[in-house]
Structures are given as C-alpha cells and as structure tokens.
Design a protein around this ligand. Structure first.
Ligand code: UN1
Length: 497
C-alpha cells in the first residue's frame, strides 16, 4: 500500500497531515488523514483560477489539446496504480477500477480531437455585404463537484473538455474519496511538467465539506459549476448558481429501468440485468433499479435472476473472482436494509438483500444484492437508493410499460430488451422513454464517453462527456461583419440622420 501511494506521488505529509479521515470501504481501515481546505483559503484559490484563465484563454486550442494529450499519456502509464487506488478508496472491483481510468483516457483522446474543432456556424445574413457567424470562446473557471462512486472519471469528463475549451478547473471531490483526487492531480502535474508553460493554477483541488463547495457555488468568478451527486445536493447547488446567473451542469439521481418484452433474448437480458443492477454494488448513477417485465415472461425471468444472483461472488474487490465489492460505508448498508423493510411494508417480496457476515473482509459493508417483486410503483420504487436493489414490476402492454418507466421523478438512463422493431422504435420515439439515455438490447449503465451523458427531470438536465457537451464549457458569441460601404439596418428599419 505504501508503495502504491508513493508511486502515485502521495507523500507522508499528504497522508498524515490533516483532519479528514479516509477509510477504505474494503475493511474500514483508516488509509489517511488528509488536509482540508479552509473556507478562508477559497478566495485565493478562485483568484488563482481567474488569473490562469486570462493566460490560458489565449493559448491556441490545439496547443491546449496537447496538454490533455499528455494527461492521457500519463494516465495510461499510471492506469494500474490509479485503478488500484480507486479499488482501495471506493471499493470497486479491480476491473471496474481500471475501467474508470480507461474512461479518463478515452475522454482525453476525445478532447484532443475536439481541440482542433470547437467550431461555430456561419449564418446567412439578410443584409448585402454582411456575414454572420458564431464564435465559441472560453468561459472562465469551472468548478467540478464529484461523487465517491466515480471518484476520478467524472473529474476527467469535465476537466478534459474544460481545459481544451480554455477554462481552468477547480475540483472538489467527495469527502469519501480525496486520495484518488490527490493522485489524479499528481498525474496531471506530470503532464504539466512535460507541457512546459501552462499557467499556475490551471487545475486546482480543494478538499472539504459543504463550506468549501458553497464558496465555489456562490462565486460569480466561477461561471460554470458542474455537480454530480444526489438530487438533494442539486436542489441546493442549482438555485444558488442560478441566482448569480451562472451555469450549472447537474448530473443528479437516476432511477433507471429496463423493459423486457416477450420477444427479448432472455440470456442476453439476464447478463445485462445482473451487470447493471449489481455492478459497482448498485452504486452507479446509471445502475438498473427497476425491471419492468412482460407478465408472460416475468416469473421465468425472476427465476433465472434469483439463480444467477445466488452464485455471485461477494467480497474483497481486489480478489480476481469477486464481482460485488462493498458498499461505500455502513450508512449505505443501513439505508439499503431500511429501504428493503419499507418495500416489504409496501407489499414487496424480497429475495436476498441480507448483510453478508461471512467470507467478506471484516469492517466493510457487504450485502447480498436484492431482487424485490413489487405489486406496483410504490414510494420505495420511486426513490433512488444507492445500493443493489432491483425492483421487479409486471406489464401487459408496451404503453403501460413506457408509462411505468417514465412515472418516476428521475430521468437518467433507460432501456428495452426486445427483438421487435416496432417496440424498439416506439421506446426511442418522442412518445417513448423520457430519459437522457435510452438503449435497445443494452443495459442502462456503462455508457461510452462519445455520447452526451446526463438526464432529465430530477436528474438535473446537464450533459457531460461526448457529443457537443463541450459547448456547455464555452460562451457563444454571435458576430455580424459588414464588408460593404453601406449601413443597412436589420428588419429594413430606416433611421436616416
Ligand atoms: C455515474 O454513475 O455517475 O455509464 C457515472 C456509466 C458510466 C458513468 C456513470 N460510464 O455507468
């Protein structure tokens, strides 16, 4: 462990110098006590970002891309170590820890290409001898507030885009995962050293609780706040950013469903369900939480799932065979068990869902994933519980299934398993899924970085990562250029003096 920390540039002073205790979810052991940023340091941090912005916005975008290319190279070199630290600090199984770092590498590659694009439109002008166009300019410092469950990838989605767009970043990671953030900053520092002339303060890290977050959320000098976490957090952040006319990119709760139609390839569906419901121990924003199965296949599907669930290896996420690691902490386990009680009270039949006492490391919060057959979409089903609980509902008509899928407050990810083209296209149509992500014959989780990521309703409406999400990190300027010798006014207005 000490070697791992050292390879990631974490010094004894980093690990022992502070007040914030960091525990591994694997066994509850204290990994470090890290220094927290004091609220009164925040003005200096923000001023540094403003100064960095003034320099960075004038660096040509392809040159900014070069820094992100180097970051991608450094991440490739550090992939195994950073992945292992994700496992240690967030409890993800090894393959998912590595996958998270791969997601960082992928977004760097994407952003490098983007750095030679960032293009606007030219628009036909109604006036002779005039040209209209739009230019995308850097917007200013971007605050990134991230959650424990993707402790490094979400930073990179935002940072890689922001940096090529000309914006410095200030990152407040989850208090449960500061070490992976510190290690990522060390990896970034290696890229900066190779790059040569980046302004100081281009990427900063602040560690702490709501006070530190609030300083970023309330600062008019930080025009963009990208926040990932609970809907409860978003309800605080969104209005505060709006009150100062800043731009919030919110990625909040999900309550993702899969509709399984009678024609579905059930073998494929079962694999997709198990990965998306129990992967990351049900702690992805995109985790599958609701299974809406056609009544003609529902019993068969539940039988297959309970059988598959019975043999899932739960335990130390570092072991090669483990598929389900720990929940982030004991509080998460308590919330899961309480929600299962509530679901029972609402008429649910629970399979699994017990705390794991034997075979897993002591001190961690290990649980059996649960399948809960529900009589309807009750309060428990409508809530996002960050744990491996899969509610099963039945349906008879596709309209009914789509109505159930949409009838929750959240709108992140969704999918249908069907071999019927009409059903698939109806699900993707304007009258189909109301989510930001809608898939066919793929589970709701594990999205690639190339698409825009985010969702509607209580998920917050933000879009990050691929497609044209970069526009969220820039300001659009409309330019009209008159190359004629006259001054005609738009709309034919006459104003002769
Ligand atoms: C999250 O859970 O916050 O689609 C992000 C996925 C990942 C990202 C999840 N690419 O599951």
């Amino acid at each position: 462990m000490t070697d791992l920390f050292a390879r990631l540039g974490l010094t004894v002073a980093d690990l022992k110098g502070g007040t914030l205790a960091v525990h591994s979810p694997i066994d509850g052991v204290e990994l470090a006590r890290v220094r927290e940023t004091a609220a009164d340091e925040m003005p200096t941090v923000i001023a540094r970002a403003e100064k960095a912005f003034k320099a960075w916005r004038e660096v040509p975008a392809p040159r900014r891309g070069e820094l992100v290319r180097l970051l991608g190279e450094e991440l490739r070199a550090a992939k195994d170590d950073l992945g292992a630290l994700v496992t240690l600090e967030a409890g993800k199984i090894t393959s998912e820890g590595l996958g998270e770092v791969q997601e960082m590498i992928d977004i760097c590659d994407f952003a490098v290409g983007l750095s030679r694009q960032l293009y606007g439109l030219t628009i036909a002008s109604e006036r002779p001898g005039h040209r209209m166009m739009e230019t995308w300019h850097p917007a200013g410092p971007v605050a990134i507030i991230s959650a424990f469950n993707f402790p490094v990838a979400v930073w990179s989605w935002n940072a890689a885009l922001a940096l090529v767009c000309g914006d410095p970043v200030i990152w407040k990671p989850s208090e449960k995962a500061p070490l992976t953030a510190m290690a990522s900053m060390n990896i970034f520092a290696r890229a900066i050293a190779r790059f040569g002339d980046a302004p100081e303060g281009l990427a900063q890290l602040v560690i702490g609780g709501p006070e530190v977050g609030d300083a970023l959320v309330s600062a008019p000098q930080v025009p963009i706040v990208s926040a990932t976490g609970s809907t409860r957090m978003g309800r605080i952040v969104g209005p505060k950013v709006a009150a100062r006319f800043g731009r919030a990119i919110l990625e909040l709760g999900g309550n993702n469903a899969m509709i399984v139609a009678p024609s579905a390839d059930l073998d494929m569906a079962v694999r997709a369900i198990v990965f998306s419901a129990v992967g990351t121990a049900g702690q992805r924003c995109t985790s599958l939480r609701r299974l809406i199965a056609h009544n003609s296949i529902r019993e068969d599907l539940v039988a297959r799932l309970t059988k598959a669930y019975a043999s899932l290896p739960i335990g130390d996420p570092r072991a090669a065979t483990t598929l389900i690691g720990p929940l982030i902490d004991h509080g998460a386990r308590d919330r899961m068990l309480a929600m299962l009680e509530q679901a029972r009270g609402e008429g649910g039949t629970v399979h699994g869902g017990r705390a794991v006492a034997k075979g897993a490391p002591q001190g961690g919060a290990y649980v059996e994933p649960a399948i809960v057959e529900m009589p309807g979409q009750t309060a428990a089903v409508c809530a996002e519980t960050f744990a491996p609980i899969l509610y099963v509902l039945g349906y008879d008509t596709l309209d009914e299934a789509i109505a159930l899928q949409n009838d929750v407050p959240q709108g992140l990810s969704s999918c249908i398993f069907t071999l019927n083209l009409r059903e698939a296209e109806t699900f993707l149509s304007a009258a189909g899924s109301d989510c930001g992500i809608a898939n066919v014959n793929i589970g709701p989780s594990g999205a690639e970085i190339g698409g825009a990521f985010g969702g509607e309703k209580e998920t917050g409406g933000g879009r990050e990562s691929g497609s044209d999400a970069w526009r969220g990190y820039m300001r659009r300027q409309t330019n009209t250029i008159n190359y004629s010798a006259n001054l005609p006014l738009a709309q034919g207005v006459k104003f002769d003096i």
